[in-house]
Structures are given as structure tokens and as C-alpha cells.
Design a protein around this ligand. Structure first.
Ligand SMILES: NC(=O)c1ccc[n+]([C@@H]2O[C@H](COP(=O)([O-])OP(=O)(O)OC[C@H]3O[C@@H](n4cnc5c(N)ncnc54)[C@H](OP(=O)(O)O)[C@@H]3O)[C@@H](O)[C@H]2O)c1
Length: 308
């Protein structure tokens, strides 16, 4: 698989990565299938794997670390700190140090390749947070720094304390807000890891209607699934699927290839616990979209999903 460079500090990854959030939340009976999915991604040429403390509070990191142990030196592993179990932010320095030490232990590694602050903490200046992250770079325990779910202002302040190699933000054909930050990323020389690149499954093809989702599923609250929007979004999916099929590809491949074609410094991290779907997704790295294809996609979904 072709490689991409994120930031200006030497972080190189495969053009498509793997997001390990979903597998961390599955029942433990699924672990064998999840490990097979991770290993399939590696066999397909994926070298960048993404997790977080939040994804199972250690369980997700242990699963990923186990799956990648024998190929540790051939891959880059990213993890994140900064959430509490009640989904409030906590980036107080002592807490951050504790979480990073835990992540190293859970992953079973002596260094983390990419360390992210998962979300801004309004009670701790980002300069102070990055100061703590930098301690770990100086100690050789972290290689590259990133921020996620942050503002352009914070990105600029953080970058002044220590170079930030990558921003992780939601970006897909359905979710286009991240496009506003691209000029800043280009100015500062920062890469973009695109999370939820398949619009949380909407761009996978077989999307589940709201009433069929589990009561606790966060997608029930998403405007993409709201009555009216859901049907209009299915029409977008149908048109994108027809375009994908005309190119001998699947909807997920078209959606990921679209991200790869947007900028040379974007790496999508689709998540799947199924090895066959992982391979399907990774096939996007071989799908060339022409200028006509890109214009066609823009006509189908000029501003993303219906969400009002
Ligand atoms: N920084 C942040 O705040 C943040 C937030 C959200 C996510 N993330 C990162 O981004 C990664 C991906 O995000 P995500 O998992 O929310 O969304 P996603 O990758 O857009 O979509 C995942 C969903 O799509 C399904 N899927 C995947 N490939 C498919 C295919 N080829 N055909 C049909 N369905 C397919 C998966 O189901 P199956 O497993 O059944 O295939 C899963 O339900 C996460 O793992 C995480 O690393 C970061």
C-alpha cells in the first residue's frame, strides 16, 4: 500500500489506517475475530493503528497490543488520553501522566508512536497539556504528538510548544466541517487523520434504521438518522453506490478513496471487526478517482449529509 507523510517530523504511515474503537466495545467472545481483523489489516499493508484509553479503558489497548505484538516494529500505534468515563474532559497533568503510563503498559510497548489529547480540556491550557506530552517525547516514550477534537486556536498554541504532527478529526463525504481547518494544517505542516470515514457505517452500505439500533447506541441521537434526514441520506447512499459500482468498487471503497484523493496528507482510519470488510476497505488504496468522479461526488453530496 502507498505511504503518506503526516506532519514534518518524520511520521510515515500507510495511506489507509485501521481504527480500533469498535472492536474494543464488542463482547469478549469477539476477540478472536477482532484480532484476525487487525492482522488482516496488517497483511493488506496497513501500518497505522488507532486506539484510545476511552475505548474500553485498557481493554482496547490490550487487544491491539496483543494483535500487533509480533509486528510491533513494522507499525505505528496511536493512542489518546483526556476523557473520563462520564465523557467529560480531564487533561490535568497528573492524570495525563497516569494515563500515558497505563497506555504503555496496556499496549505492552516501550513507546507510543502517536500520542493524542483526545479532546480539549477548558480547565487546563493546551500549552500546559502539550508540555506534559513533550516530557514523554524527551524521555523517548512517545515519538509524535497529535490533537483531536480541538479548535484552530488551540492547534496553533499547541504547535508553538512542540510540533504537532497530526490532527485527528471527523471527515467523510457525510461530514465536511473539517475542510475549514485544511488551510491551517497546510500553513503549519500538520497531517490529518480522518476519523469515522465511513460515517459510522452509513457509508458502509447496509445502514441500520434508527428504530433497529440498540437503545444505548449513540447513533440514535445523530441527526443523520432522524426521520426525513435518514431517507434523504439513503438517497445519497444509493447515488454514491451506483457511481462506485460503475467503477467496479464498493461504496466503502469509493468513500475512502475520496478522502485519500482530497489531500496527500490525509489518512482515513475505518474501523471494522470483520476481516473481509477490512480487506474490502483497504482495496480503496487501489481505487483511482478521476476529476470527473470527484465532481460527481460533490454534486451528489455538495455539503455532506442531510443533518438539519
Ligand atoms: N478522535 C475521536 O474522537 C474519534 C471518534 C470516533 C472514531 N474515532 C476513530 O475512528 C475510527 C473509525 O470510526 P468509527 O468506527 O466510528 O466509524 P467508521 O469507520 O466510519 O464506521 C465504522 C462502522 O462501519 C462498519 N463498516 C466498516 N467497514 C465496512 C464495510 N466495508 N462495509 C460495511 N460496513 C462497514 C463497521 O461495522 P463492522 O465492524 O460490523 O464491519 C462499523 O459499524 C475508530 O475506530 C476510532 O479509531 C476517533
Amino acid at each position: 500500500m502507498q505511504k503518506r507523510t503526516l506532519g514534518e517530523q518524520g511520521l510515515t504511515t500507510s495511506a489507509i489506517g485501521y481504527g480500533a474503537m469498535r472492536i474494543a466495545l464488542l463482547d469478549e467472545s469477539q476477540d478472536r475475530a477482532s484480532i484476525a481483523a487487525i492482522r488482516r489489516a496488517y497483511d493488506d499493508g496497513v501500518t497505522h493503528f488507532d486506539t484510545a484509553e476511552l475505548y474500553g479503558w485498557g481493554r482496547g489497548e490490550r487487544l491491539l497490543g496483543t494483535a500487533l505484538a509480533s509486528v510491533r516494529d513494522q507499525v505505528t500505534i496511536a493512542t489518546k488520553f483526556g476523557f473520563t468515563p462520564s465523557f467529560t474532559p480531564n487533561s490535568r497533568p497528573d492524570h495525563v501522566r497516569e494515563v500515558i503510563d497505563n497506555s504503555l503498559r496496556h499496549l505492552g510497548v516501550d513507546h507510543i508512536d502517536v500520542l493524542y489529547q483526545h479532546i480539549d480540556d477548558p480547565t487546563v491550557p493546551v500549552e500546559e497539556v502539550v508540555g506534559v506530552m513533550k516530557e514523554y517525547v524527551d524521555a523517548g516514550k512517545v515519538r509524535f504528538l497529535g490533537l483531536s477534537n480541538t479548535t484552530p486556536d488551540n492547534l496553533r498554541k499547541a504547535h508553538a510548544v512542540h510540533p504537532i504532527s497530526v490532527l485527528q478529526a471527523e471527515y467523510s463525504i457525510f461530514s465536511r466541517q473539517s475542510e475549514a481547518v485544511l488551510p491551517l494544517l497546510e500553513e503549519l505542516g500538520i497531517g490529518l487523520v480522518a476519523y469515522a470515514p465511513l460515517a459510522r457505517g452509513f457509508l458502509g452500505g447496509a445502514v441500520t434504521p434508527r428504530d433497529a439500533l440498540d437503545a444505548g447506541d449513540f447513533r440514535r441521537r445523530s441527526p443523520w438518522w432522524a426521520p426525513g434526514n435518514f431517507e434523504a441520506n439513503l438517497e445519497i447512499v444509493d447515488e454514491l453506490t451506483a457511481l462506485a459500482e460503475s467503477k467496479g468498487a464498493t461504496l466503502s471503497q469509493l468513500s475512502l478513496a475520496w478522502l485519500v484523493a482530497r489531500r496527500p496528507y490525509i489518512v482515513p482510519i475505518p474501523g471494522s471487526g470483520n476481516a473481509e470488510r477490512v480487506t474490502q476497505n483497504n482495496g480503496a488504496a487501489r481505487l483511482e478517482l478521476t476529476a470527473d468522479d470527484l465532481a460527481h461526488i460533490d454534486r451528489i453530496a455538495p455539503t455532506g449529509a442531510h443533518a438539519n
